[in-house]
Each structure stands twice: as structure tokens, then as C-alpha cells.
Write a protein that binds this ligand. Structure first.
Ligand SMILES: [Zn+2]
Length: 146
């Protein structure tokens, strides 16, 4: 021990041993802190993976629209999530309504997702236009230029 060395008249040797001891303690403290940081980081990573796994099991691919929906949100209004954002970044990005009925678009990605509501609306629109065209043709007499 350092005290024994001091009593034996070897103060310089005692000081050197104490210095080495403090250096070792300081290094242990640094190592302990880095182990704690690594442990905290790994716990957060594990929690993130568990959270992603929980979300993934809650997601399902909607045949109508070809986007993702959450099973836990069924029964509510359709809340579509971008399948591309999920596939690439594991981010759950809610898509907003696009300008046409039954269409949705991701704020990050350009493609528009079309649902059956859109297809029905489009079919009705096409039918109305066709009827209007036929109606306007019948209002004019058929002549050699028609
Ligand atoms: Zn997206």
C-alpha cells in the first residue's frame, strides 16, 4: 500500500503508485460510462425494432387502392398509408386525399393511388359525357357534313 511506502521513506514511489491508481480508476469510469451509453443505445434500438414489428403486424395491404391500412383502424374512415415509404424507410406516412374522389397521394412520393370509389366515379363521369355527346348530336339535324 501507499501508506506503507510513505512510512518506509519511499514517498516518491507512493505518489507514483497513487497516480497510477487514480489513472486506472479514471479509465474504468470512462469505460463504464461508454458501456452505459452503449447499453442505452441498444435498448433504444431494441424498442424501435419492437415498435416497428408491432406496426408491421398491424398493417395490411388493401386490394382496393393498393396502399397500406392498419387493422386497428378498421371500422373508421379509410386512412391509407404509403406502401413505398414503409418499404423503403419503415415510415408510416399517412396519405392525403387527392383532387379526385377516391384518390390518395403521399406527400413524399408522386404516384396517386386509386380506389374503387374513384373507378365508380370515373365510370359515371364517362357515361354522363357520352350521354351528353349523344344528346347534343341528336339536337342537330343530320346532314351531309355530320
Ligand atoms: Zn410515400
Amino acid at each position: 500500500m501507499a501508506i506503507d511506502l510513505v512510512k518506509a521513506g519511499k514517498g516518491l514511489e507512493a505518489a507514483e503508485k497513487l497516480h497510477n491508481l487514480y489513472t486506472d480508476i479514471l479509465q474504468l469510469n470512462i469505460n463504464f460510462t461508454s458501456v452505459l451509453d452503449e447499453n442505452r443505445r441498444l435498448k433504444e434500438e431494441l424498442a424501435d425494432k419492437a415498435r416497428l414489428k408491432e406496426i408491421e403486424t398491424d398493417l395490411e395491404f388493401a386490394d382496393d387502392g393498393h396502399f397500406l391500412v392498419r387493422k386497428s383502424e378498421q371500422g373508421e374512415a379509410v386512412r391509407p398509408y404509403c406502401p413505398t415509404c414503409w418499404a423503403i424507410d419503415q415510415k408510416l406516412v399517412h396519405m392525403s386525399r387527392h383532387k379526385l374522389p377516391g384518390t390518395f397521394q403521399c406527400a413524399v412520393h408522386e404516384p396517386v393511388y386509386y380506389t374503387k370509389v374513384y373507378e365508380d366515379w370515373k365510370r359515371r363521369q364517362d357515361e354522363q359525357r357520352r350521354q351528353q355527346r349523344n344528346q347534343s348530336r341528336s339536337n342537330y339535324p343530320v346532314g351531309p357534313w355530320s
